[in-house]
Design a protein around this ligand. Structure first.
Ligand code: AMP
Ligand code: MG
Length: 345
């Protein structure tokens, strides 16, 4: 299969330029572990599992790939999948019957948007599009001219918040307004959770799903714990390593993931829904949470929250392990993160 390659052992991951690389995930010999690599959601997704399980269930990896293909189409706002159809229906004031999975993700996104006072809000889609961060083009510096103040004000006024959606089981309704829901801040987490749930359901643990540096784990490697590296936002190096336990996920939001420079100023893909502007007080936020969906959305929310607000917002989200790199490169973290963190010296 073209996009499916079995790599030989987790060690090869270290060669990849990922936001987070696996340092030492497994005490078993590398030969006992297989890593499958897929390209999905504009990133490499590496699935690491015991080699005997992979050999026992070749169809499992193939079915995960199929699910990921459907997922990336359905959760991308600018394609021809379910989310695009939902946005069209909402903007025409029509009700939409969502799939079970989509309704669940929308429900979680809405709860997090409400808890964070809209710091996390997938309703920012029209702004994301206007800034040019809905595609990889921005990475190549070919982004469109940034919006001016008047354009931003107009887009903000026309932006429907996910907080105001009526989600009634599978039935989604908007009160009024235009909607471009963009699930880019939470979908990768939901995808990681789905893959891990499927592996668990087949009894395949310990397993690690690493989507471009954002990852979740199922089970515990024998004798050692999961340890993952955290990428430094302004160099190829690592800030350090953090320990993860069974079921946990670690997600990072960074201003280095999708950006372009305008007059020496960095314009990047995480916007403050209140101002419509890229956030400029933070370089990166790493969050450890009980699942990928929450970790992903929380990292985006805490990125937006800023110096005075991120600690209390983390508490409200029920998250205790957070690491923040501010605009100057200074690192701060919660006590629970300090307990798991080993700095690179
Ligand atoms: P992440 O890398 O998980 O922080 O997600 C960033 C992506 O989420 C961006 O590329 C946008 O598609 C979308 N996004 C940007 N700002 C926000 C926000 N404040 N709330 C929710 N989603 C956002
Ligand atoms: Mg996120």
């Amino acid at each position: 299969m073209r996009t499916l390659h079995a790599l030989h052992g987790v060690a090869s991951l270290a060669l990849l330029n990922l936001t987070v690389v696996l340092l030492a995930s497994c005490s078993r010999a590398d030969n006992d572990v297989a890593t499958y690599r897929l390209l999905a959601m504009a990133t490499w997704v590496d699935i690491t599992l015991p080699r005997d399980a992979a050999e026992r269930e070749p169809e499992l990896i193939r079915s995960i790939e199929t699910e990921l293909r459907t997922f990336e189409r359905d959760y991308y706002a600018w394609g021809d999948g379910e989310l695009a159809a939902l946005n069209r229906a909402l903007s025409e004031s029509q009700e939409f019957d969502a799939s079970e999975g989509m309704a669940a993700v929308l429900g979680e996104a809405q709860a997090i948007a409400r808890t964070t006072g809209g710091a996390f809000d997938p309703g920012v889609g029209a702004l994301v599009e206007r800034w040019g961060f809905n595609s990889d083009e921005a990475d190549r510096g070919s982004a469109a001219r940034p919006p001016n103040e008047a354009e931003i004000a107009e887009l903000l006024a026309a932006t429907g918040s996910i907080r105001d959606l009526a989600i009634d089981g599978p039935r989604i309704r908007a009160q009024s307004g235009r909607y471009t829901l963009d699930l880019g801040g939470i979908a990768k987490g939901a995808a990681v959770d789905r893959i891990l749930a499927r592996l668990r359901a087949h009894g395949v643990t310990p397993a690690l799903v690493n989507a471009g540096g954002d990852l979740g784990v199922a089970g515990e490697p024998a004798e050692r714990s999961w340890r993952i590296g955290i990428q430094a936002p302004r160099s190829d190096g690592m800030l350090g390593a953090i320990a993860l336990r069974d079921g946990e996920a670690a997600f990072t939001s960074g201003d280095y993931e999708r950006f372009y420079d305008v007059d020496g100023q960095r314009m990047h893909h995480i916007l403050d829904p209140r101002t419509g502007l890229p956030v400029n007080h933070t370089q990166a936020i790493t969050v450890v949470a009980a699942n990928g969906t929450l970790a992903d959305a929380a990292a985006t929310a805490l990125f937006v929250a800023g110096p005075g607000e991120w600690r209390s917002m983390a508490e409200q989200l029920g998250i205790d392990a957070v690491l923040r790199v501010d605009a100057s490169g200074a690192i701060e973290m919660t006590a629970a993160m300090r307990d798991r963190f080993q700095p690179n010296r």
